[in-house]
Design a protein around this ligand. Sequence first.
Ligand code: PRT
Length: 298
Amino acid sequence: MKNNNERISIAVQKSGRLSEDSLALLTRCGINVRWRSEQLFYHSDNFPLDLLLVRDNDIPSLVSEGVCDFGIVGANLYQEKMLAKETSVANVDIVRYLDFALCRLVIAVPKDFIYNDATSLQGLKIATSYPNLLTAYANKNNLKIKIINLNGSIEIAPRLGIADGICDLVSTGATLEANNLREVVTVFTSQAALIKSAQEFSAKRLHVAEIFQKRIEGSELACGSKYIMLHAPESSLETIARILPGAESPTVLSLQGDSGKMAVHALCRENIFWETLEQLKEVGASSILVLPIEKIMM
Ligand code: PRT
């Protein structure tokens, strides 16, 4: 996909835990592609971006070699490759963490294993596909463990007698539960990340890349934000500003025909829960509206 024109490119997982959210993010960025089954290369007709659908593990090298300008991967994969000093991440930077594929790399042991603290893991055999992240954890905690490298079905290793415990990704915890394992240590917390090639972009492509990154930023900010509108007595305004989560300089307007109350409008950079509304009500707020935000351009 190397080119000298103004188009940029992104590699996204073809099918797996990152696919749906990655493609939904591009759609929220206003980038349209016409989907066809089994097609791996797409050309957006309303934004100068080409999309390549590939295996997750191949994305860092495609970006590092400049075949694609951007990619979306789990931070776990990127960090494991960084620690392994793989050339596939040599020319790749994380430009932004994305709000999906949240998971953690944990050490888990059979439920009947007596675990007190990290020293209980001393001398154990631990099966994992993340040997470098696990080694970094072990070194930091002065643990001597034997690492058994496995690429799949890690969770059955203790039952097969191959290992005493495992180090694997967890999101809901259902897989550990189903295999009678319990999580005892978090080695790394992860989420999806937008990666970018460190190669130089021509001025035209740099401009497109900047617009693309701004759209991603706006879309991610919008997803985690809410717009809140309420009425409140002037005397409560300071307390209200403290209660609103992640609000920046609320707009305060007078209400026609009601001199005792003001209208407050604020962009909140965090979700607003019912508890927050109840707190606002307690300090005198009324007519509280919480609205979703579709796009933000700062
Ligand atoms: O086939 P391809 O090479 O493209 O993909 P893959 O099989 O390597 O990746 P995939 O789709 O399984 O995961 C892609 C990325 O999703 C990972 O690199 C993580 O960043 C992220 N992610 C988020 C997860 C999980 N959550 C997750 N739960 N990746 C894997 N799991 C597995 C885990 O290994 C375990 O087997 O799900 C199981 C546990 O899930 P719970 O919900 O039971 O806890």
